[in-house]
Design a binder for this molecule. Structure first.
Ligand SMILES: Cc1ncc(COP(=O)(O)O)c(C=O)c1O
Length: 310
């Protein structure tokens, strides 16, 4: 049996899982009297669109640094809804002009420094909002899940989640360590499906962030073996993979569940792999969202006809 944690329905814009981290990131920014959120990523970044909406709602400005070139200047048919949404929220957007994703964190820091020189009070967030503060939202989400599972009498063997910048998994792992120390039942596995960074790199990031998050909450620190990652990247970040596309179609055709090709479909592919390998305990699939990318995918690729029942 697969249970789905519907963080695609968190209810703020189309932020999905990122509504949880932004609650704490915005709170921290306001506590520090910051007046502009600064972050970045790709034109299709869910986090950037969500940060822009959250800044707007909190009465702050938002400044985004995106890699690549402005698709607005080219084929409007390929304009990503997340970029449109960020602009609709009033975000200031600038592009690096280069395709290198790894440049972005440096470019974000530089933009923050420029704004500070101009007399602004920037709150600088790395890609995906992957900080210990942001991860707190997911540590509390783990507690929420524990309560829901207890109420439903479900005892899962694994929680599968898509892992990009690492904050979501880090928070869940911190939450699990806290719950275990309080004597609650600890689940054998939180399995992160990495869709962006190589497994060894993201394992280190998630472990560190999880420990920083635990320290911030004054909760027990997660053990190294609590962090497990499986490679679900396929050909690369944001490139749809055959297992992910299969998972996307199965979820849609059987449950009407919409998965995005970048994150949630690849993670659900891992769920299907576990079942195919004979995993028989209940599985929790943490649906992190990505609705704009899912719609974008359906409307810009020939794959869309494959969503019809066959
Ligand atoms: C839809 C969706 N799922 C999963 C993730 C991964 O979360 P994290 O970056 O915290 O690992 C993201 C990150 O942007 C996302 O947008």
């Amino acid at each position: 049996m697969v249970w789905v944690k519907r963080d695609d329905l968190t209810g703020f814009a189309t932020a999905g899982n990122k509504a949880r981290s932004l609650e704490f990131l915005i709170g921290d920014a306001l506590a520090q009297h910051c007046d502009v959120l600064v972050t970045g990523g790709g034109a299709g970044s869910n986090f950037c669109a969500a940060a822009a909406a959250a800044a707007r709602a909190a009465g702050m400005d938002c400044d985004l640094v995106l890699y690549g070139t402005d698709p607005d200047a080219g084929d409007a048919g390929h304009l990503h809804p997340n970029l449109s949404a960020a602009r609709e929220s009033g975000a200031h957007v600038q592009f690096t002009g280069r395709p290198d994703r790894d440049e972005i964190d440096g470019a974000i820091a530089q933009r923050g420094a420029e704004l500070a020189v101009d007399g602004r009070r920037p709150y600088v967030m790395p890609r995906g909002g992957a900080t210990a503060v942001g991860a707190v939202g997911f540590a509390l989400a783990f507690e929420e899940l524990s309560g829901q599972l207890a109420a439903a009498g479900v005892d899962p063997g694994v929680v599968v989640v898509a892992t990009g910048s690492g904050g979501t998994q880090a928070g869940l792992v911190a939450g699990q360590a806290g719950a275990a120390a309080r004597g609650a039942r600890a689940y054998p596995w939180i399995l992160g499906a990495t869709v962006s960074r190589p497994p060894a790199q993201i394992l280190e990031t998630v472990t560190n962030l999880s420990r920083q998050c635990g320290a911030l909450l004054d909760w027990p620190i997660a053990r190294a073996e609590d962090v497990e990652i499986v490679d679900a990247r396929g050909a690369g970040f944001a490139v749809p993979s055959p297992p992910g596309e299969r998972a996307r179609r199965i979820a849609y055709e059987t449950e009407g569940l919409i998965l995005d090709p970048v994150y949630s479909a690849k993670a659900f592919g891992v769920v299907l792999d576990l079942i195919a390998e004979g995993f028989r305990q209940p599985i929790v699939f943490w649906h992190t969202g990505g609705l704009p990318a899912a719609i974008h995918h359906m409307t810009t690729t020939s794959e869309r006809s494959a969503l019809c029942p066959t």
